[in-house]
Ligand binder design. Structure first.
Ligand code: FAD
Length: 394
């Protein structure tokens, strides 16, 4: 007998896991198909920050920042084993483009958008670090240093978070098929017939709605649905990180790359130092993306510029690269909107919903919005849980 689900979700990244959790919490039956392993795509290759995105204030994305900060606070409560608050340091040198007054304004706005804790709680309020404390900052370059600001955001292990969300979904009854590659779907009046490959065999199942949460593969997946839903034009932008030996322990540094003044993070990561990221347009197969030599040189130049201790031949332990999914648009990727787009095959009773883009930080909210967007098509079910209170553990 062919299995039937309320939702089939393609992709076991943070969005697929989050949507499975929200669906199961809403009482719906759900199957997730993941071709390789949980978080094997972008969700293990992010900067691992649970944050509002201070830099998005520069491009006026207030709503996104406010939402992400709200989610940060919630996730700190429900996933205390997986997300830690970290101090972030922004050094300002005589030639840094963002000046102290500008930074103070940005951080004040960030604190306001972040809600009560960022304003009232003295331990996590932003401040200007007194000169007497500069030598505690991981040997940060102090030549020409004018000011250092400290503020607080979150850090996580993105892959571990994804696995925890999927475990929570499974505890509520979600099914996971892995490795299982979606191969095609046929839309019909009742929903959709889905085919996938598992252990060398093709299986089929029926679903009321199909959710395409396949990250950089979104349009590839849409092209395998009949009749083919419209695809949004997108660009893939690769972001490389380096893991370098040696430790940064005090917090996360948010510095301006000397080459182009982009924001780059230098942070503690599993006993070493993580430096990222880049933004390079990518046109090939998502599975074949690789860190490029010029990206590694750019990140090393930034690291050694601010941390002289790394100038003695730093040892690169590994490099990883993730792909951002951005709507085609004008200007540099850096300033393009980072809103998540939920695209449906038809407005009234959607049968296919595609998640374009998104933030690790906002995965829970995105997942709840996906379920809301599909509510007209989904059957009535009794709610089982609330994702705002489900505890996630490592
Ligand atoms: C460089 C970089 C840094 C980032 N840093 C941050 C950050 O610090 N904080 C933050 O909040 N956000 C960050 N983001 C954004 C965040 O990481 C992504 O939005 C998020 O991880 C995307 O998750 P996803 O589930 O949509 O995609 P993915 O994690 O890519 O998951 C898609 C999954 O679909 C599977 N799949 C694809 N095709 C098929 C198929 N045919 N059948 C079955 N499975 C399939 C893939 O194997 C993959 O596992 C960053 C993004 C990038 C690129």
């Amino acid at each position: 007998m062919t299995s039937r689900y309320d939702l089939v979700v393609i992709g076991g990244g943070i969005h697929g896991a989050g949507i499975a959790q929200a669906a199961a919490a809403g009482g719906f039956s759900v199957l997730v198909l993941e071709q390789h392993g949980l978080a094997s795509g972008t969700s293990s290759r992010s900067s691992k920050l649970i944050h509002g995105g201070l830099r998005y204030l520069e491009s006026g994305q207030m709503a996104l920042v406010r939402e992400c900060l709200h989610e940060r606070e919630l996730l700190l409560k429900i996933a205390p084993d997986l997300i830690q608050r970290q101090p972030f340091y922004i050094p300002i040198y005589s030639n840094t483009t963002r000046r102290p007054a500008q930074l103070r304004l940005g951080l004040s706005l960030y604190a306001l958008l972040g809600g009560a804790s960022s304003i009232v709680d003295k331990a996590v309020r932003f401040r200007r670090v007194p000169r007497s404390e500069w030598d505690e900052l991981d040997d940060l370059e102090t030549n020409d240093l004018e000011a250092v600001f400290e503020y607080w955001d979150g850090q996580t292990d993105d892959a571990a978070l994804t696995r925890a969300v999927m475990r929570s979904a499974q505890a509520l009854g979600a099914h996971l098929q892995m490795p299982a590659t979606f191969t095609g779907a046929q839309l019909n009046e009742e929903g959709c017939s889905v085919s996938y490959q598992h252990n060398g065999q093709i299986f089929t199942c029926e679903t009321t709605v199909l959710v395409n949460a396949s990250g950089p593969w979104v349009n590839h997946v849409l092209a395998h649905i009949t009749p083919a839903p419209l695809q949004l034009p997108i660009e893939l932008v690769q972001g490389t990180h380096l893991v370098v030996s040696g430790t940064i322990t005090h917090g996360i540094y948010y510095v301006e790359a000397p080459k182009d003044q982009r924001a780059v993070f230098v942070m503690p990561w599993q006993g070493n130092t993580l430096v990222g990221t880049t933004e390079t347009l990518y046109k090939g197969d998502p599975a074949a993306v690789q860190p490029l030599l010029h990206e590694q040189a750019y990140l090393l130049q930034t690291l050694t510029h601010y941390f002289p201790a790394y100038r003695q031949s730093p040892e690169i332990l590994s490099a990883f690269v993730g792909l951002r999914v951005l709507p085609v648009g004008e200007g540099k990727a850096f300033s393009r909107p980072r809103e998540t787009i939920l695209h449906v095959d038809r407005q009234d009773y959607p049968r296919v919903l595609t998640v374009y883009g998104g933030k690790l930080t906002a995965y829970r909210l995105t997942a709840e919005r996906v379920i809301q967007r599909l509510i007209t098509t989904l059957p009535d079910r009794a709610i089982r849980a609330d994702t705002r209170t489900l505890i996630l553990s490592s």
